[in-house]
Design a protein around this ligand. Structure first.
Ligand SMILES: C[S@@+](CC[C@H](N)C(=O)[O-])C[C@H]1O[C@@H](n2cnc3c(N)ncnc32)[C@H](O)[C@@H]1O
Length: 288
């Protein structure tokens, strides 16, 4: 049974890190004219209203996208500026109170020659995603389980791209399944960049996930994490991160400059001033 709905969380501090990395990787792929493919294993609705009942329930975006404006006036981070440009483009197209999901961001950054494959299981979110993309012949949407659907679609004809893996982790076995998914996908499509999102609710689970990925025999893995308060058993999600296989070489230096200020701002906006923490690590080097 699927109960997770991203509309409750859209634009929160976890989305900020995830989407700014997604935009950075897609912009890196756009540096060459050669086509890229974007694969989104857990696409959700594609775009969100921040004035919906769901978004208003805990107003999580207040501790995420809404807190960034103060930082933008004094940043020289291309990552942050590019992400903000994409968010603004979504607002210009759909209204001031909207926030783009990963499918909207991809669709916005794709060129004529690029292609996308997106998976979503929840009927309502699938309907919204189909509505957003049905006129776009570059994008194929499938209402299938991506853990099997992604592998069946590999290798794609286009041999460069980004695979975003963003499960809700409602089912605890997802922490193991994502490692198996990346291993199997990487065997078929080794040249892609993989970006796996994870929440820190139980630190031990993330440590196991990292250990399993390190032992998977895949080279060039980096991890980036942004936490708003120390690990805890009572606060729910206290941090979230992205693990990338084959990241652009520019990503780590760019995030190393951005993460301290971004973390401090977002921790503050979530009511945890001075308690933020971040990680930027090479889990496996380029030579394996
Ligand atoms: C965290 S949300 C995705 C958010 C989206 N990637 C974004 O950044 O805008 C996770 C989504 O995965 C969907 N989902 C869960 N299990 C799935 C599966 N096995 N295959 C495809 N979609 C799945 C859920 O219905 C949910 O909408």
């Amino acid at each position: 049974m699927l109960s997770y709905r991203h509309s409750f969380h859209a634009g929160n501090y976890a989305d900020v890190l995830k989407h700014l990395i997604q935009v950075a990787v897609l912009n890196y792929l756009r540096r060459k004219d050669k086509p890229f493919i974007y694969m989104d294993t857990h696409a959700a609705a594609g775009m969100y209203s921040l004035v919906s009942d769901e978004a208003g329930k805990n107003s999580e975006y207040q501790g995420g996208i809404a807190a960034l404006e103060a930082l933008l006036s004094r940043t020289d981070s291309t990552l942050l500026v590019d992400y903000w440009k994409a968010v603004r483009a979504c607002r210009e197209e759909h209204g001031d109170n909207t926030y783009p999901g990963s499918p909207w961001l991809a669709q916005h950054l794709m060129r004529d020659q690029d292609r996308a494959l997106m998976f979503e299981l929840h009927p309502q979110d699938l309907g919204s995603l189909e509505q957003l993309t049905y006129r776009d012949r570059r994008i194929l949407v499938r209402g299938e389980d991506s853990f099997t659907g992604l592998i069946a679609a590999l290798p794609p004809k286009i041999r460069r791209g980004l695979v975003l893996i963003d499960p809700p982790y409602e089912v605890k076995t997802d922490y193991d399944r994502v490692v198996n998914l990346i291993s199997a996908a990487h065997r078929r499509f080794a040249t892609a960049t993989y970006a796996l999102w994870y929440p820190v609710v139980d630190r031990a689970r993330i440590q196991r996930l990292e250990q399993r990925l390190v032992r998977a025999g895949i080279a060039n893995i980096q991890l980036f994490e942004l936490g708003i308060c120390p690990d805890s058993d009572v606060h729910g999600m206290t941090a979230s991160g992205m693990i990338l296989v084959n990241p652009p070489y520019t990503l780590k230096p760019d995030l190393d400059s951005l993460l301290p200020g971004l973390t401090s701002r977002l921790a503050d906006a979530n009511g945890f001033a001075g308690q933020g923490h971040w990680r930027s690590e090479i889990l496996v080097g380029e030579q394996g």
